[in-house]
Design a protein around this ligand. Structure first.
Ligand SMILES: Cc1cc2nc3c(=O)[nH]c(=O)nc-3n(C[C@H](O)[C@H](O)[C@H](O)COP(=O)(O)OP(=O)(O)OC[C@H]3O[C@@H](n4cnc5c(N)ncnc54)[C@H](O)[C@@H]3O)c2cc1C
Ligand code: FES
Ligand code: FES
Length: 1332
């Protein structure tokens, strides 16, 4: 019997009912005969409309065909990595937010109908979506063997890489831009670079590298110039001979509908709307989903493909690609992306100023929606549907469309089209329906003044706090009379609030220019804005206040001519010009290559994607994958754990818990010799924080493991309210044993006798490390133990941790690491649990096991920077001289104090200030948070923040210039710190003077005064901060091996430091070349191993590079000494000959050295000095700000490599800006779950958060007598100087408060996020006037 297909050529398999068409190749005379692709049943049927059951696309010029061997949920990223096509394409968040996964996709542009390159996030693109695309990955551009692409070269030359994990993505962003715009302006480059987070570099070097491709780039000693179009297409083409054809594959096949049937779901790609409607008719009662860009699940996981049985890809529906402008308005097809929309509005020309303002406003707003890559894929229709499904969604598109009164055309499954307003659309039943187009009315010739505004926690790639849209028909001649009912709309207030209807009604027929009307409107608005807590994690008070501010901004703009000049700038947002950087340093040519500014040796490997991270290690035969089951409450006991459902999934092998710790081992991953309290590998019953590992699922595939982990049912008993704050811990008296207090002199007596006594408190929060490569360990069982590739900064620690957990000797465990994709302290102790759990799994299963944390688990489970609360008391003279300081500081350790012992706050709390009498009393608070740990500048950054806050407090109380106060207290040579260090080499005083002059502080202070008195709603502030940072060497044992190969004289170095992106290997090679007198290119640095580099301490504390260099120097000295007698017998021997001769004579040409330095004084071996000035501008109405300029003068001694050290300084400073101003974690008060564990809510700095003018100057002509080769450390101290960013904003706030006579001292805690800043300005609705 032959079945009959329906109109679309579908047929149900008579056995399993899967609807599908088997492969067209089975067609004979209109009859298909085939096996069902789902159940394998053989059947026949007749059809006249063949569909495709596979699709083709190109990757790096090679054709790829995909059938149903992958599930529709498979992302392009997974596909590239599983197939081994691209390991250079990284992954991290899998939600479109970090941008580390981007590739370039050549797709036909909907507007021009020409193929065009777009940057897309490979993590959100399902591979099925790539039908007909041409994908270029980083491997398609070039490599170090066959030829490197100019963009890859430029990024390396400019030192735009540190850990290098984001570097391929940075290259791909630029590649796509240059493909469409070969001569971009600097502004276009900066605007486009909004996609990929870089946690290391501080962005300046990346920006400079990319701006070097603009026509107006200036040389600065580094390569510049436009890219040749031939070169742009990528070297790979030369190699393969597969030149890009310049057009996408448009075979006849592409015109047929695509249907792919898998065991899990069906994927359809109809090519006409008729086909789409038929599909809707057939599947409307099933779990179906339409898809275009598939980006929505980046925000809402319930919209992910895996939740649906039928997925219908709209990309083939040609009728929905339309953009037509006529006299009555514009219709925009629903397949138009946000990029199309932005480009459309940008291209609109008009001489009508109101219309131009409307276009500008929409463009500015759209430019702030998501990232370039998300906009390239995401449609406005998809965005509106997110609002439909999630009323709380803060959709910018919704607010824009509602403000301009857009109408939607929606079709049902019969193809019937109807028009709806946006609010009607939200109330519709959308089952079986599709958005076809939007109709935007024409505002040509009207007197409508339209503006939409977005307020953001970060300058790029962030959701809105509150977005608003205003559209009013205004008669300017009648004092700005509102002629008809205006539109005032918002998102971000509450789930249902859109129109400020009462205010809209109030304004009809009234003159906006009338100050009583303005006041009345503001009061009405204030009454009807009722924010809820569900819509946002941002306080309701801010959202209400900023919503009012946005209305006021609009009114100021409309009524510009009657507004007091001082108030006018309140209308606009902040304008950011193109940023720039300046770096100065000196070098000692006599010591080259040491002190030479040379790019990183593995820079090109990083920019080409060839640099291999642990997560890029190809799977070994038999390898399996693990995923954690973590707790969802913070303070309870496990009642039951049921993994039966998870274990019933195909491919799931095992669920491991605390009961599976091998005999002889212990359920404690913190090495015994280091711990204060034990830390369980898997919870044995008492849950102490949300995110705690309860067990581990092991499966054949990572996706299976992840899904199965979510299916493990856990119930809890005895749930108690968790302690989640320092205040809470103090109240509950929840403490660990603290370190001893430090008492110097008689602080109580000194304070009592002082003219001024000041006290206060200040708080600084935590910080997620945001290392781009999440925690990872791969364990390979061996005959006597375990080999481990561990993402750790501390191989020795991991070895001991795994040894004790498995109960096997440390010597049978080999731990190796070549490089890390970022660390920042997160991989010192925090890899212990990961490697231990992974090793337990490998030990039990006797198979290689890979455990890499997904981003969300990484955020929830891994402890963060330690938050601090400090309570202080200060006594000083009337002219500001410090007499005595007492500080009680409370550390939020989370659930263990194990990582606390490292951070000697006492060594930094004095910063650069002398005071004879101190008391510093630490408290270690126990809270129900993950074990907090080291994060770049642990201890030091909060310490500097505390003392700088104190200095501000004293200055404000004394009405003294804060810089003057600092100056009178600066350390002088020979003075002693409270920790007991005598400052033999102190140069802070002249450095302050030097910076004051080079940064033109006095003049700029004047300019700030002038600016502030001319502007009511924009304020500027400046902060200058000196820095003394004690660098401790004590206990820094590092073990290094330098070996010379006798055959060719090349040199291999195995050192005990870990390459975390700080440039350690480059410095090591420079030093080795210098010491042995050989060229750098014959030296290689190998991976760090617990065999060759056993007993090495962790990499951290800014000291590893210099101490490893010390060990290399000692090895080279030993080698030189051994080779000297042989050399003496030869006449000017070539290196290779000398080596051969030494070897021939039995000289040992391998040397090993272990550092064991002591500090030259307590708390520090030497001090680093620096001065930093930052200037900020603040939008008082919204709390948004920007750092206008930062000048850093830094004493790096004789920097071993100024290019790398400047990169460290910039990267550290920008990470510090994130800590002090941007990054906040919020915990659910009931469960203790981290609510900010995603890229949507957590915001590290991006390109436009850095200072607009960023100047780093290394002090010249200085050598550090206590350092290695005269150098000083640089990894952490510049981080602390980012305090100036916060304090500059604080001074701007003070200027705002001065306007309302409220300029008394206030504390600005960190992070000072936009809402906190705005709240501190104390603006009241009654202040919102025309200023007349
Ligand atoms: C990192 C990131 C940042 C973001 N930032 C912002 C931001 O700042 N502001 C903001 O407003 N948004 C933001 N978004 C949301 C983004 O704009 C949307 O994800 C995108 O526009 C959705 O379009 P899409 O084509 O990818 O939709 P898809 O993900 O393909 O679909 C989304 C939903 O819409 C449905 N759908 C799609 N097209 C149609 C149609 N024609 N008819 C009926 N149903 C349809 C789908 O079935 C699905 O349910 C962000 C998203 C990400 C990932
Ligand atoms: S992994 Fe794709 S955006 Fe983060
Ligand atoms: S270099 Fe960009 S994240 Fe490390």
């Amino acid at each position: 019997m032959s079945l009959k297909a329906n109109d679309l050529g579908f047929v149900n398999c008579p056995v399993c009912r899967a609807r599908h068409i088997p492969a067209p190749s089975n067609l004979s005379n209109g009859v298909y005969a085939a096996d069902c692709l789902n159940c394998g049943h053989f059947f026949k049927f007749r059809t006249t409309q063949p569909v495709r059951s596979s699709f083709s696309f190109k990757i790096n010029g090679q054709d790829v065909t995909v059938g149903n061997e992958f599930e529709p949920t498979t992302s392009l990223n997974e596909f590239l990595r599983k197939k081994g096509i691209s390991y250079g394409t990284k992954k991290m968040c899998i939600e479109g937010g970090c941008g580390v996964c981007v590739v370039s996709a050549k797709i036909v542009d909907a507007l021009t109908l020409q193929p065009r390159h777009y940057t897309v996030n490979s993590c959100i693109v399902p591979v099925y979506m790539c039908d007909g695309w041409e994908i270029t990955t980083i491997e398609g551009l070039g490599n170090t063997r066959d030829g490197i692409h100019p963009i890859q070269q430029r990024l390396a030359d400019y030192n735009g890489t540190q850990c290098g994990f984001c570097s391929p993505a940075q290259v791909m962003n630029m590649y796509s831009l240059l493909q469409t715009n070969p001569k971009p302006s600097k502004e276009e480059v900066e605007d486009m670079l909004n996609v990929s987070v870089c946690r290391c570099t501080g962005f300046r070097s990346i920006l400079d590298a990319m701006k070097s491709f603009t026509p107006d780039s200036c040389s600065n000693g580094l390569p510049t110039g436009l890219i040749d179009i031939e070169e742009l297409d990528g070297k790979i083409c030369k190699k393969t001979g597969e030149k890009c054809q310049g057009k996408c594959s448009t075979t006849n096949e592409a015109n047929k509908m695509l249907q792919i049937v898998t065991a899990g779901a069906q994927w359809f790609k109809p090519t006409t709307k008729q086909e789409l409607y038929s599909l809707l008719a057939q599947y409307k009662t099933q779990k179906y989903r339409l898809v275009f860009g598939n980006s929505a699940y980046g925000v809402y996981k319930d919209l992910g493909d895996w939740n649906y049985d039928v997925i219908i890809d709209l990309r083939g529906v040609q009728e929905y690609y339309s953009l037509i402008t006529g006299s009555s308005g514009t219709t925009i097809g629903s397949n138009m992306t946000l990029t199309n929309l932005l480009e459309y509005f940008t291209s609109q020309q008009t001489s009508d100023p109101a219309l131009k303002q409307f276009y500008d406003s929409i463009c500015q707003h759209l430019d702030l929606v998501a990232t370039t890559s998300v906009r390239n894929l995401g449609t406005w229709a998809g965005n509106l549907m997110m609002k439909y499904y999630h009323p709380e969604f803060v959709s910018d598109i919704y607010v824009i469309f509602e403000a301009i009164n857009a109408q939607l055309v929606i079709a049902d499954e019969t193809g019937k089209e109807s028009s709806y307003s946006i609010s009607e659309f939200l109330a519709l039943d959308m089952t079986g329906k599709v958005i076809v187009m939007a109709k935007i009315p024409s505002f040509n010739g009207t007197s409508n003044i339209i503006r939409t505004i977005k307020t953001m926690p970060r300058h790029q790639n962030a959701h809105t706090y509150v977005s608003a849209g205003f559209n009013m028909n205004i008669d300017a001649g009648q004092n700005y009379k509102v002629l008809t009912k205006p539109t005032i709309v918002y998102v971000g207030i509450n789930k249902t609030f859109t129109h400020a209807s009462q205010t809209e009604d109030y304004l009809v027929g009234k003159s906006l220019g009338d100050s009583t009307v303005l006041n009345g409107a503001l009061q009405t608005l204030a009454k009807e804005l009722i924010p809820d807590a569900e819509t946002s994690l941002t306080p309701a008070s801010y959202r209400k206040s900023v919503a009012i501010s946005l209305f006021y901004k609009y009114v100021l703009g409309v009524c510009d001519s009657i507004v007091n000049k001082k108030y006018q700038s309140g209308s606009a947002g902040l304008t950011r010009p193109v940023s720039s950087g300046q770096q100065t340093f000196d070098s000692l040519p006599a010591e080259f290559p040491v002190s030479k500014a040379i790019p990183k040796v593995d820079g090109t490997l990083q920019t080409t994607g060839e640099a291999e991270y642990i997560s890029d290690t190809p799977p070994q035969p038999n390898e399996v994958y693990a995923a954690y089951v973590i707790s969802s409450v913070a303070n309870a006991e496990i009642d039951s754990m049921d993994a039966s459902l998870a274990l019933s999934m195909p491919g799931v092998l095992k669920f491991l818990t605390s009961k599976d710790i091998p005999q002889g081992g212990v359920n404690n991953c913190y090495p015994e010799r280091l711990l204060v309290i034990e830390e369980e590998v898997f919870c044995s019953g008492k849950v102490i924080y949300a995110g705690q590992p309860l067990g581990l699922i092991v499966a054949e595939d990572q996706m299976q493991a992840n899904i199965a982990a979510g299916l493990v049912q856990v119930t809890y008993k005895n749930m108690k309210t968790p302690i989640l704050s320092i205040d809470g811990a103090i109240r509950a008296k929840s403490f660990f044993k603290p370190p001893d207090p430090l008492n110097v002199g008689d602080p109580d007596g000194a304070i009592a006798k002082s003219d001024q006594k000041i006290n206060g408190q200040v708080y600084c929060g935590d910080q997620y490390h945001y290392q781009m490569e999440t925690q990872i360990s791969i364990c390979y069982p061996t005959e006597d133990g375990m080999n481990i590739l561990a993402g750790t900064q501390w191989i020795d620690g991991v070895q001991q941790s795994v040894g004790q957990v498995l109960g096997i000797p440390d010597s049978s465990i080999v731990v190796e690491v070549k490089r890390l994709g970022g660390a920042f302290g997160s991989k010192i102790s925090r890899n212990f649990p990961i490697s231990s759990a992974c090793a337990v799994a490998a030990h039990i299963l006797r198979r290689p096991v890979r455990l890499q944390l997904d981003f969300h688990t990484n955020m929830k489970m891994i402890g963060k920077r330690v938050p601090y609360l400090a309570r202080y008391e200060v006594g000083c003279t009337n002219d500001g001289k410090l007499n005595g300081i007492k500080i009680d500081y409370y550390a939020d350790c989370g659930t263990t104090p194990n990582d606390m012992s490292n951070f000697a706050m006492e060594g930094w709390l004095d910063n650069a200030y002398y005071c004879a009498n101190w008391n510093m009393t630490p408290y270690n608070c126990r809270t129900n948070k993950p074990p907090n740990t080291a994060a770049r500048s642990p201890g030091s950054a909060p310490a500097m923040f505390i003392i700088e806050t104190i200095m501000e407090h004293v200055a404000k109380t004394l009405k003294q210039d804060p810089l003057e106060l600092r100056r009178v207290n600066l350390y002088q040579k020979g003075q002693k710190t409270p920790g007991g260090t005598t400052l033999t080499y102190c140069n802070i005083q002249p450095m302050v003077t030097q910076l004051e002059s080079s940064a033109d502080i006095a003049t700029r202070k004047q300019q700030i005064e002038t600016f502030n008195s001319a502007n009511r709603w924009k304020k500027r502030g400046m902060s200058v901060m000196p820095l003394r940072f004690g660098i401790g060497w004590a206990g820094a044992q590092y073990n290094t091996l330098v070996t010379i190969c006798n055959g060719d004289g090349t040199i291999a170095i195995f050192h005990g430091g870990v390459n975390v992106g700080q440039g350690i290997n480059t410095k090591v090679i420079q030093v080795c070349a210098y010491e042995l007198g050989v060229p750098m290119d014959i030296i290689r640095v190998k991976k760090t191993s617990s065999v060759s580099n056993s007993n090495s301490i962790t990499t951290g504390g800014s000291i590893t590079s210099e101490l490893i260099c010390m060990t290399v120097i000692e090895c080279c000295k030993a080698l030189n000494a051994r080779m000297a007698p042989v050399k003496a017998k030869m006449k000017n021997p070539k290196w290779k000959d000398l080596v051969a001769k030494c070897y021939g004579e039995g000289v040992d040409i391998t040397a090993r050295y272990m550092s064991e330095p002591k500090d030259s004084s307590p708390f520090a071996h030497y001090s680093v000095y620096g001065v930093c000035a930052s200037e900020a501008e603040l939008d008082v109405l919204t709390g948004e700000y920007q750092i206008l300029r930062t000048d850093i003068l830094y004493d790096c001694g004789i920097s071993m490599n100024p290019a790398l050290d400047i990169g460290q300084a910039e990267g550290g400073f920008v990470m510090g800006l994130g800590y002090f101003l941007l990054e906040r974690t919020i915990y659910d008060p009931k469960t203790g779950v981290n609510l900010t564990s995603n890229t949507w809510e957590y915001h590290p700095p991006m390109y436009k958060d850095i200072p607009i003018d960023f100047r780093i100057n290394f002090l010249k002509n200085v050598s550090n007598p206590l350092g290695v080769l005269g150098s000083k450390a640089v990894g952490e101290p510049p981080f602390c100087m980012a305090v100036t960013g916060l304090l500059a904003v604080k001074h701007a706030i003070e200027a705002a408060r001065k306007e309302i006579n409220k300029d008394m001292y206030f504390t600005l805690n960190a992070p000072a996020t936009v809402n906190v800043i705005q709240g501190n300005c104390l603006t009241d609705v009654t202040d919102l006037t025309f200023g007349n």
